[in-house]
Design a protein around this ligand. Sequence first.
Ligand SMILES: Nc1ncnc2c1ncn2[C@@H]1O[C@H](COP(=O)(O)OP(=O)(O)O)[C@@H](O)[C@H]1O
Ligand SMILES: CC(=O)N[C@@H](CCC(=O)OP(=O)(O)O)C(=O)O
Length: 261
Amino acid sequence: MNVIKIGGNVLDNPAQLEQFLTDFASIQGPKVLVHGGGKIASELSKQLGIEPNMVNGRRITDADTLRVVTMVYGGLLNKNLVAQLQARGCNSLGLTGADANVIPAHKRPVTDIDYGFVGDVESPEQVNVTFLASLAEQGLTPVFAALTHDGQGSLLNTNADTIASTLAVALSRQFEVNLIYLFEKKGVLLDVEDDTSVIHHLQPQYYAELKKQGAIFSGMLPKLDNAFAALQQGVKAVIIGDAAEIKGIATGEKAGTRITL
Ligand SMILES: Nc1ncnc2c1ncn2[C@@H]1O[C@H](COP(=O)(O)OP(=O)(O)O)[C@@H](O)[C@H]1O
Ligand SMILES: CC(=O)N[C@@H](CCC(=O)OP(=O)(O)O)C(=O)O
């Protein structure tokens, strides 16, 4: 089973997105797509006069921002991705974590920062794997938006990388799972400006060094933290790579960055 997460910069580039969806549709076997969309949510927010506010890679989500991300992730992006996959013969089903109670979560507790309506997933054990397995059996591909729910009637904005790793860990109870993070670069780079500097293998000690040197920063930090956590909890392989190379990555021919323990 491949759990594939696609980042916001690719979603915002129609040509790259179309190619990615064509390649994704052609991947054999059970698969799950998780999408972000932070960039598009920020653009719409600004158009509506709501200034985006990101802290530690997470969006401060007040009530108005929750409306925006619900519309953008759960509506605009999720439903268009499903329509575009249907056009490519990939029978898919758009979901949030609230649907079929797949991903129970709670509102992130207020500490020195109040993130507002941001969700932390309960635990992979609580993911509704039975439902996901039944979709796989029917040949349906779930497409997840970056939304969960609190069990009390509210949706919660939830980092898409975390949703992907949670689903990958949960599905590892029943399947051999590859977790694949795709974005607009060739992989984790030694020099973020140089696409030829791909790090082919990354393990915790090297990660700690590169973090200290400042070679790995911002959105890549939570992505890698999620990647190592997924491996520790039974996911077979984690790869970070270029959305344009999804076919090779899924068949194991081209690797991007392979994360190992
Ligand atoms: N060493 C690195 N290699 C590649 N990207 C890096 C690195 N360090 C930081 N980054 C940044 O991390 C970003 C990817 O994280 P994020 O913005 O969360 O992506 P996504 O679109 O997948 O959610 C890249 O666009 C890049 O700016
Ligand atoms: C709480 C939180 O920060 N949620 C993210 C969810 C979207 C996301 O993760 O999008 P990318 O993968 O495109 O960055 C956000 O609103 O930006």
